[in-house]
Design a protein around this ligand. Structure first.
Ligand code: UD1
Ligand code: CA
Length: 455
């Protein structure tokens, strides 16, 4: 039975993350192009929270900014002094004023958590069991809080590692730290948590014992250990990255993309890939990329912030930067860079080209070595190329400049003035031809050489 109770989310993210050795808060570090906090907040979206409160630390302004980027209505509460997970949750109380449903407490540095698991945890809460804990079986339980069950298997307490007995330390059922709890019970029990433990902290985990003492049940939801891996070090961040990549590559393949060598293709959390897409080895796809159907992305291409329509061919060795909008059936070839530019249906830029701050009309052909000179050292300027235009090789288009439909630009031109529709523009030095010049020059040089030797 799905839980009809409305959901609120509290994300604990006040940890500095000293072991990251970074000037940035831990939860702002990225995996698969998304902040750790972003991963957690995205996973909560499926539960449709009515409210979200993020607990941040002092001097961690960017944590709030990032939270609001993902969940604009999120409330940011600052925990001035770190006094434990129970204390951190109490900081969220004002932000949840008047909320009467189920509160989910999550950590901001656990990015692999899946929305299905969050949903299942929320659904485990009922009238009978107003508190549910997310547990997992640990290969090596050292360091985790242990879930203590009675003989009937009912959850009766969570014991932190430092407070466990030798017997309890053998338990491999561990606490992920994520809980779901009815708001009423949470605010009732939270003030009862004391800090008389090995660390002198207010442990959120004490809620379990307090709930049982109040004569109520605690439900247990379980998830695979892999989903609750936290990030404390850069090495763990790299592990998270590779686990996320495996997940996203599988999703892409399940949705109908061919990855010839999945292990060398890097995707982002928000990458959208259509079907019958082929991605060759050594391709990096950064954030904010949408790829249509029947697209081929050839080896060694780097793509970020780009929209790629159906039937497009990219690469090998192509670079698409933010604002690249590649129309249907376009070909972008080797050593071509496109930034903030719209490329019309069927247009081609096959070799060695930079197209930035520009639009290219349908079916136009951009010759090898064409450059839009968009920057004058101070400002960016726009180049507008119409439909069916032929741009000869090694053309420099000095922006701002417009090229009309079906115009033709001679190779090697430096275009500084607008080119009208159907016109030919040639802007290069006139060719002079001097008959016999090369032969005479050769003979002159040969004579000099003979003279020098003889001397
Ligand atoms: C916590 C759990 C433990 C569980 C483990 C799983 C408690 C008492 N213990 O232990 O049972 O097995 O997580 O990883 O809850 N935080 C704050 N403010 C604080 C303290 C913590 O925001 O005052 C945040 C941290 O930034 C972190 C999370 O809460 O994201 C967990 O805190 P941490 O100190 O890592 O808890 P553990 O000792 O690992
Ligand atoms: Ca921890």
């Amino acid at each position: 039975m799905p839980n009809p109770s409305p959901i609120a989310v509290i994300v604990l993210a006040a940890g500095k993350g000293t072991r990251m050795r970074s000037d940035f808060a831990k939860v702002l570090h990225r995996a698969a192009g998304r902040s750790l906090l972003g991963h957690v907040l995205h996973a909560t979206k499926a539960a449709g929270p009515e409210r979200t409160v993020v607990i941040s630390g002092p001097d961690m302004q960017e944590v709030g900014t990032e939270a609001k980027r993902v969940v604009p209505e999120a409330v940011i509460a600052i925990q001035e002094k770190r006094q434990g997970t129970g204390h951190a949750v109490s900081i969220a109380k004002d932000g949840l004023e008047g909320f009467e449903g189920t509160v989910l407490v999550l950590y901001g540095d656990v990015p692999l958590i899946r929305s299905e698991t969050i949903r299942a945890l929320a659904d485990a809460v009922s009238e009978e069991s107003p508190l549910a804990v997310l547990g997992f079986r640990a290969v090596n339980p050292t360091g985790y809080g242990r879930l203590i069950q009675d003989r009937q298997g009912k959850l009766i307490a969570i014991r932190e590692e430092l407070d466990t007995t030798v017997d309890e330390r053998r338990i491999d059922l561990c606490n992920s730290g994520f809980i779901a709890v009815r708001a009423k019970l949470l605010w009732e029990l939270l003030p009862k948590i004391r800090n008389d433990n090995a660390k002198g902290e207010y442990y959120l985990t004490d809620l379990v014992g307090l709930t049982v003492a109040a004569g109520l049940k605690v439900a247990l939801a379980e998830c695979p250990e892999a989903e609750v891996h936290g990030v404390n070090t850069r090495a763990q961040l790299a592990q998270i990255e590779s686990l996320l990549q495996i997940r996203y590559r599988h999703n892409a393949m399940n949705n109908g993309a061919t990855l010839i060598d999945p292990s060398s293709v890097f995707l982002s959390a928000d990458t959208e890939i259509g079907k019958d897409v082929t991605i060759e080895p050594h391709v990096v796809i950064g954030p904010d990329v949408v790829i249509g159907d029947n697209v081929d992305i050839l080896a060694f291409s780097h793509i970020e912030g780009a929209k790629i329509a159906d039937g497009v061919r990219i690469g090998p060795f192509a670079r698409l930067r933010p604002g690249a909008e590649i129309g249907r059936n376009v070909h972008i070839g080797n050593f071509v860079e496109v930034k903030k530019a719209k490329i019309g249906e069927g247009a081609k830029a096959n070799h060695l080209t930079y197209i930035g701050d520009a639009s290219v009309g349908p079916r136009s052909n951009i010759g090898a070595g064409t450059i839009t000179c968009n920057y004058d050292g101070y400002e960016k300027h726009f180049t507008e190329i119409g439909a069916d235009v032929f741009v000869g090789s090694n053309t420099a288009l000095v922006a701002p400049v417009k090229v009309g439909d079906a115009a033709n630009i001679a190779a090697g031109s430096v275009i500084t003035k607008d080119v009208p529709k159907d016109a030919l523009a040639i802007a290069r030095g006139q060719q002079a031809v001097k008959d016999g010049w090369a032969r005479k020059y050769r003979e002159l040089k040969a004579a000099k050489k003979r003279k020098d030797k003889g001397a």
